[in-house]
Ligand binder design. Structure first.
Ligand SMILES: Nc1ncnc2c1ncn2[C@@H]1O[C@H](COP(=O)(O)OP(=O)(O)OP(=O)(O)O)[C@@H](O)[C@H]1O
Ligand code: SF4
Ligand SMILES: [Mg+2]
Length: 321
C-alpha cells in the first residue's frame, strides 16, 4: 500500500528577466511521478535547482502543481482539494527542513516551539497533558527534559534539528517530508540524526520523503530512490536498482562522486542547464559521456528495466546488472 502517489506533476513558474520583458515559463518540475510505499523512505536526489524542494512544497500543500495530482491513500489533491482533506494534510504531513536555526524562533523556549502546532490545532488541551506530551517527545528525540526551558541559541545544530523533529511529530503525522535534514550539520552529527530518524520511523510507522543532494545520505536511508535532473526523473527504483544496478549515465556519475576515494570531486563536468532554456533532445546530453547523435534531438522515453526500475535514457548502461 502506498502512503503517497505523485502522478504527472508539472510546476511552471512565470518569471520575468526584466521589467519590460515578457514573462517566460520556468519549468521547475516536468511530469514527475513516483510512489512512496507506506512505512518506506523515498529518497529524492539531484543537484541544486533540480526541483527537489518544489516537489516537497507541492506534497506539503505549500504550493500547487500546474498539472498533475498528489494522492495520499483515498485523498486526492488536484486543483482544488476538499477542506476536510486540506485539514487532514496539515496534521498528517509534516516537514523537517535544512536550517534548524532559521526555522526555530530564537525568542521562544524549546517547550513552546515543540508544542506550538498542537496549541494551534487543538485549543483547550489540559496543561498537564501538554507537559506529559512534551516530555515524551523530548525523550523520543533523545533530548533531556530540562531542555524545554532553553532557547534555540543555547543548543548545538544537532540538538536544534532534534527539536525540529520533535515539533514535526507533535501532531502524530503519517508522513514526514525531510528536505536536506542533515546538510547543515557536521558530518559526525549527520549519522546520529539519520539514525534517530530511522529509529522513529520503525517505532512510529512513519513514511518519509527524504530530499538530499548527497547520494550517500539517500542510499543509507531509502527503500526507494529517484534521481532528478532539471525537474525530470532520470532514473528511479528500489535502493538496489539505483545503487547496485544503476543504468543512467547521470546516476553513475553521482555514484562515482560519492565514493570515498573521490574526495568530493564534482559529479560531472559542466553546469546544469537553465530550466528556462532546457536543452533539446535529452536534457542531459551536453554533460553525458555516453551521448550519441540521437540524444541531441530526440528526448528519450522512460523505459521499464524491471517491475520496479525505470530509466529515461536512449542507451541505458545495463551491462553491470
Ligand atoms: N517561486 C519560484 N519562482 C520562480 N522560480 C522558482 C521558484 N521556486 C523555485 N524556482 C526555480 O525552480 C527550480 C527548482 O528549484 P528547487 O528549489 O525546487 O530546487 P532544489 O532541487 O530544491 O535545489 P537546492 O538543492 O538548491 O535546494 C530552480 O531553477 C529555481 O530557481
Ligand atoms: S539519452 Fe543519451 S545523452 Fe541522455 S543520458 Fe542517455 S546516453 Fe546520455
Ligand atoms: Mg531545495
Amino acid at each position: 500500500m502506498s502512503a503517497l502517489e505523485v502522478s504527472g506533476i508539472v510546476r511552471a513558474f512565470p518569471v520575468r528577466s526584466g521589467l519590460f520583458a515578457r514573462p517566460k515559463l520556468l519549468r521547475a518540475v516536468e511530469n514527475a511521478s513516483f510512489v512512496l510505499p507506506r512505512g518506506g523512505t523515498f529518497g529524492l536526489v539531484g543537484e541544486s535547482g533540480s526541483g527537489k524542494s518544489t516537489i516537497a512544497k507541492i506534497i506539503l500543500g505549500a504550493d500547487e502543481p500546474t498539472r498533475g495530482s498528489v494522492r495520499f491513500g483515498e485523498r486526492v489533491f488536484g486543483r482544488s482539494p476538499r477542506d476536510a482533506d486540506r485539514r487532514w494534510r496539515q496534521r498528517a504531513v509534516q516537514a523537517v527542513l535544512q536550517d534548524p536555526f532559521g526555522s526555530l524562533d530564537p525568542q521562544m523556549s524549546i517547550g513552546d516551539i515543540v508544542l506550538e502546532p498542537l496549541r494551534i490545532q487543538k485549543s483547550g488541551f489540559v496543561r498537564d497533558a501538554l507537559h506529559r506530551r512534551l516530555d515524551e517527545l523530548l525523550a523520543q528525540v533523545g533530548l533531556p527534559a530540562e531542555f524545554k526551558r532553553r532557547r534555540p541559541g543555547e543548543l548545538s545544530g544537532g540538538q536544534r534539528q532534534r527539536v525540529a523533529i520533535a515539533r514535526a511529530l507533535v501532531l502524530e503525522p503519517e508522513i514526514l517530508v525531510l528536505d536536506e535534514p542533515v546538510s547543515a550539520l557536521d558530518v559526525s552529527i549527520q549519522a546520529q540524526v539519520l539514525n534517530l530518524l530511522k529509529d522513529l520511523q520503525d517505532a512510529l510507522g512513519l513514511s518519509y520523503l527524504l530530499i538530499s543532494h548527497d547520494l550517500a545520505v539517500v542510499a543509507f536511508m531509502s527503500s526507494h530512490i529517484g534521481v532528478l535532473y532539471l525537474g525530470r526523473f532520470m532514473e528511479q527504483g528500489t535502493r538496489d536498482d539505483i545503487v547496485v544496478r544503476a543504468a543512467h549515465p547521470y546516476t553513475h556519475a553521482l555514484i562515482a562522486a560519492s565514493e570515498p576515494e573521490a574526495h568530493g570531486v564534482q559529479a560531472i563536468g559542466g553546469e546544469i542547464a537553465s530550466p528556462l532554456a532546457p536543452p533539446a533532445g535529452c536534457v542531459f546530453h551536453a554533460r553525458c559521456p555516453a551521448a550519441r547523435e540521437l540524444c541531441r534531438s530526440v528526448a528519450p522515453p522512460e523505459q521499464h528495466l524491471s517491475a520496479t526500475h525505470r530509466v529515461t535514457c536512449h542507451f541505458p548502461l545495463t551491462s553491470k546488472a
